[in-house]
Design a protein around this ligand. Structure first.
Ligand SMILES: [Zn+2]
Length: 282
């Protein structure tokens, strides 16, 4: 909250600028943040914009932090794009899915618009971790790096698919590896960020567990797998303190990656086994 009072530490929202103002931005010191995640059902208790709002809000907070750490840098927030590949729960109202190819084209068009004007740094903020979705993003990143010589990163995927969260999260006394979608973590996050958007019925939702990391499951939808309510995990356990920790953790992962990107240091990548699955199944 304190940070919001800091009027000097403003976040530029690109859509509010004219082309002249954009043209005046320092190519070498502007870091663009691009939130992209689909609208997608998140159980009977969470808004379909859970991933999109999280991507946008953590990107905005990351810019504030980056500008404090590196006062010479300007972070620019692009409007969030409600697009992504989310076939697995597309049989629910409120899920909008496009193909990985469309994701790639949308992301690449953003890269082209920035890289074509000589901008160098782009941080892609997605909170949607479906591998088909990430495939589109990573293919666009690869093309963009080659074509425009840009520095581009996507911080959350490499963190999410490593075991870092289990090492770093507060100890809770239950197995959080089973919290997959609309469960404890995301419900906590929304309880912290948007308590008024969280349906009170979350307290009565029973824990439902399913392993989605099995190739047998690829291509099937939630309803075909018997997941009629659209969540996997234990939303009833949601905890506002964990939500705060999780939000700040996402922000610190993004800021660390953005700093590495800007400083020309190595950035993290998806684990090899994840890349293999991405190639084979999507
Ligand atoms: Zn989500």
């Amino acid at each position: 909250m304190e940070r919001k009072k800091d009027k000097k530490n403003k976040v530029i929202h690109l859509e509010e600028f004219s082309w002249k103002q954009i043209n005046e931005l320092d190519r070498e010191r502007s870091v663009f943040f691009y939130p992209i995640s689909p609208l997608e059902e998140h159980g009977p208790h969470l808004p379909v914009g859970t991933d999109l709002m999280t991507a946008r809000d953590t990107a905005e907070e990351s810019i504030r932090l980056l500008q404090m750490k590196k006062p010479e840098v300007k972070g620019i927030l692009l409007p969030p794009t409600p697009i992504g590949y989310s076939k697995i729960n597309s049989d629910f109202p409120g899920t909008f899915t496009v193909s990985p190819r469309v994701v790639k084209e949308v992301v690449y068009s953003v890269i082209t618009a920035l890289g074509g004007q000589g901008f160098r740094y782009l941080v892609i903020c997605t909170f949607h971790m479906n591998l088909g979705h990430l495939k589109g993003i990573y293919q666009a990143m690869k093309l963009g790096r080659k074509r425009y010589n840009m520095y581009i990163c996507e911080p959350w995927g490499p963190y999410f698919y490593s075991d870092k969260i289990f090492e770093r999260e507060p100890k809770l006394g239950f197995d959080t590896t089973k919290e997959v979608h609309g469960g404890f973590r995301e419900t906590s996050l929304m309880k912290y960020q948007y308590p008024y958007l969280l349906d009170e019925n979350y307290k009565n939702l029973q824990s439902i567990y399913r392993d989605l990391n099995s190739p047998r499951i690829y291509g099937k939808t939630f309803k075909e797998l018997g997941l009629k309510e659209g969540y996997i995990g234990s939303p009833a356990r949601a905890d506002v303190d964990y939500g705060r920790w999780y939000f700040n953790e996402i922000v610190s992962v993004i800021v660390e990656e953005a700093c590495n990107l800007y400083d020309g240091k190595p950035i993290s990548d998806l684990p090899k086994n994840i890349k293999r699955i991405m190639k084979l199944f999507f």
